[in-house]
Write a protein of this length. Sequence first.
Length: 564
Amino acid sequence: MADSEPFVRFPLRRSVVFGTHAMVACSQPLACQAGLEILKKGGNAADAAVAVSAALNVTEPTSTGIGGDCFCLFYDAKTKKVNGLNGSGRSPAKLTLDYVRNVLGIVENNIPLLNINAATVPGAAAGWVDTINWFGSGKLKLAEILQPAIDLAENGYPVSEIAAWMWKDAEDDLLNASTNGCDMLIDGHAPKHGEIMRMPNLARTFRELAEKGKDGFYKGRIAQAIVDVVQSKGGVMSLDDLASHTSARVDPISIDYKDVTIWECPPNGQGITALMALGIIQSLQESGKIRNISEMEHNSAEYLHIIIESLRLAFADSTHYVADPDFYDVTKELLSKDYLSKRAQLFDPTKANANIDSGSPVKSSDTVYFSVVDDEGNACSFINSNYHKFGTAVIPEGCGFTLQSRGNGFFLEKGHPNCLEPRKRPYHTIIPAIATRGDELWLSFGVMGGFMQPQGHVQVILNLIHHSCNPQTALDTPRILIEPLGTHVTETSSISHVKVEDGISDDVVDELKKLGHHVKVVKGFKRALFGRGQIIEQKFDPKSGQRVWAAGSDFRGDGHAIGW
């Protein structure tokens, strides 16, 4: 479709979706139905989240799949505690910096996205199983939870509009990456919207996982197919790399902003970026350097300048220091109030900072997001990703999924905290989030989309707290995206490059330029770079005290919220 067509201009209005029992919000309607089916069978939010994730692998493989990674946060209504799961995979044991430089001859700062050595061990399969085992209801078996996705893959489904556009955009990658590209094409082409797509090999993969658990993926036929295709293209992943993979239970990190606590997964994810930016914004208000955000016009130049500069400061640190915490960790130092106050001192309300670099916190360092809540008050904030489009676009024979390209997140510089090392997890962009008031759940939310994700978290939280937005309008409002120069986000720049979504006024764009920001307005389908978010809010009826779920789903995606 051309950008001039009505659909691409997104002339939409959506209402908040309400329910009293349970709710699912995701980027594909059929995947929403999969989650709802599991909830109605007695599963809880964690069980339903895995059903949604698997169904999204079928309906939106352009963004996600079992060949990628996942993270989740789970709010347990009984204990009133937020729990975390890191389902990211590690680099192969034989993949060293020396090998990448001297044997493979890679001279860039990162492993190229379509190079097979960008494929880390897929963590999603183990992440799904562990989500059910650690946080699930115990009432449903894995096979029951995966069945809706298996049915979609075997029987076929009509492809949605935005998914079809994304598929077409990556068609050449699938054709060129491996001989098995036909698994995700129809007669050698990306499916068109409304066209029926069947994925029998993916259904077979899901069945093996359902029958054999994690061993069905990390050992046996599927593992061998992964290793065979990786090694056939010059990679070094081994059966032992797959067999030794484990998910990690993690303690979420948080920051208090106003009367709300925002929770994110700790590094190697970039959720700390959102927390740091919010901490800087809070420090600016508390110090009197800026007035209360609530007093500012929403999406004015004054308002956006604060968000842009706070995010630039946060990214300068997180892209330098965030790494696999088993190798390097300064999370506590980065989130300390004193440190964030020092970073806030660099803010200039009259112009863009011309010299933003990483600070010194120590004395001497493409994707689908969805949300599910249940009748017990539990919430599962879940995210699953290939990274960029179809990842490497390489499909193991007979498996029906692509291998991710997360290894591109390593920085190929000796001594850098996020430098490639054997059996190491890379800097990860995917971040689910939860917000609480006291120990009570307020929001299960997230915004997908690479380095847009923490930026989306900051913008929707400010929309909700300062501008009285409901979950849908918090997602509908136009967004900004800062974009560092260079081939990798770790390269900080003296120039502030900002992409602004169509809908922010020309006057505001002009004012941002006068402040020193280099601004580009983005329209049409390209607005996908601003992410696609989901929000579910817990409210209570003032008279009866009955719980009410209020949900929004991003109009930049194909999906919606649904519940009962």
